[in-house]
Design a protein around this ligand. Structure first.
Ligand SMILES: *Cc1c(COP(=O)(O)O)cnc(C)c1O
Length: 428
């Protein structure tokens, strides 16, 4: 809090946040990657009010309610094929915990059981949440190093980066290189591995690092070949962020488990979900006496108010043709990024759909990062704020991730503010 400069938001309209002084800011990172259709969307507001007239909360332990049941059905309809079952929780980190515990228990109870399959494979710089289990599979040094003594041991692969490539690897050979690395790890460890977990296409907290094309599809093929479950953490990438409803769909991938959060409720209320294949569901199905129960029940899991607004958000996707409207916005964002890539201290620009990262470096040739204490990313965002745009960086990476309903004009304003901020903060 020593350097905290408060920005107190009182209300909002669409993509605009309004603080207690009445100052207006474009929400350039979707209120931390979750807002989808804008703030105060009439349809979403009404769905909550309507549900409030029925019931605000009832437990999912031993009972359920229509909104939550309907949402489960809708999610299985839009998810990649094979994900037919839904387990609700209250936040993304919990959705990851659920996936990890399910994958672990699955092998204990599958027929035949494979009780030695207890370990996890995760990627370098991964981010899967802030609880101890999700931090264990996480790999962001700055967030996670402190807690190492508390964490369970994970097999870690290098970050499948396309900017800082390993010696001798080109952009063309990157996919094969990283998949060969994965196959070597799977060949060695598959008998002990319960699952591989990854953020499909883009590793958000790593700095919007994009995987090379074909990598995700290759991961699916190799995990299937070696009988290791695949957990896709779509908490950041889900609900249209990368241009399709889910990132996995861009490479025709069906994971065994898929984690959803953030945009699930349109960014309105805390809710998350872990989707599972029927094979996984079957391993937990049995009589009371067989005790195959998955012991994981959050008090507010499956909350009806959250479910009601999540259902309304899916309706809005259809009514407003949200995904169909994205290509023009994605194209416009690309145009801005191409221009920004020419700035002297921009090392790399990365984009998937309406999700972008602009990495600032000391010198482009050597890709030398700025020391993190210099807070270059924060300086850019401070500058943008003074021009009416709210952004939040990841170290030296400036993130642009507006709500999907952003207009072209608003997108221009967000990108211009970021660009001016980059010019101003990299001159010294
Ligand atoms: C935000 C995020 C999480 C954690 O979700 P919370 O709701 O903040 O707990 C997990 N994985 C990814 C990829 C995320 O972006």
């Amino acid at each position: 809090m020593a350097e905290y400069e408060p920005l107190i938001i009182q209300r909002a309209e669409g993509c605009t946040l309004i603080d207690i002084e009445g100052d207006r800011y474009l929400d350039g990172v979707s209120s931390l990657w979750c807002n989808v259709h804008g703030h105060r969307h009439r349809r979403l507001d009404a769905a909550i009010v309507q549900q409030l007239g029925q019931i605000a909360h009832c437990t999912s332990l031993g009972m359920s309610n229509p909104a939550t049941i309907q949402l489960a059905r809708r999610l299985t309809e839009i998810a990649p094929p094979g994900l037919d079952h839904v387990f609700f929780s209250s936040d993304g980190s919990s959705a990851v915990e659920v996936a990890l515990k399910m994958a672990f228990q699955y092998w204990q109870q599958s027929v035949p059981a494979r009780p030695q399959k207890t370990r996890f494979l995760a990627l370098g710089e991964a981010y899967h949440g802030d609880t101890v289990g999700s931090v264990s599979v996480g790999g962001v040094e700055r967030f996670h190093a402190m807690f190492r003594p508390l964490l369970f041991d994970v097999i870690r692969l290098p970050l499948p980066d396309t900017y800082r490539l390993p010696e001798g690897v080109t952009r063309q050979s990157a996919t094969d290189h990283y998949l060969n690395q994965l196959e070597a790890a799977l060949a060695t460890h598959h008998a002990d591995l319960a699952a591989l977990i990854l953020e499909p296409l883009v590793q958000g907290a790593a700095g919007m690092v994009t995987h090379p094309p074909g990598y995700l599809r290759g991961v699916r093929q190799l995990t299937a070949k070696y009988d290791v479950l695949l957990i896709a953490d779509e908490i950041a990438t889900g609900f249209g962020r990368t241009g399709t409803m889910f990132a996995c769909q861009q490479e025709d991938v069906s994971p065994d488990l898929m984690c959803l959060g953030k945009g699930l409720t349109g960014g309105y209320l805390p809710m998350a979900a872990t989707l599972a294949s029927d094979a996984i569901y079957q391993a937990f199905l049995g009589s009371y006496a067989e005790s195959k129960t998955f012991f994981h029940g959050h008090t507010f899991g499956g909350n009806p108010l959250a479910a009601a607004v999540a259902l309304a958000s899916l309706d809005v996707f259809e009514e407003e043709q949200t995904l169909e409207g994205l290509p023009a916005k994605i194209e416009r964002l690309s145009e801005h990024l191409v221009r920004m890539a020419e700035l002297p201290h921009v090392g790399d620009v990365r984009q998937r759909g309406l999700l972008a990262g602009i990495e600032l470096v000391q010198d482009q040739g050597h890709k030398t990062p700025y020391p993190w204490e210099e807070k270059r990313g924060s300086q850019v965002c401070q500058h943008a704020l003074s021009h009416g745009v709210w952004l939040r960086p990841l170290g030296n990476v400036v993130v642009i991730m507006p709500p999907l309903c952003v207009s072209l004009k608003q997108l221009d304003q967000i990108c211009r503010a970021a660009e001016n901020g980059i010019v101003a903060s990299t001159q010294s």
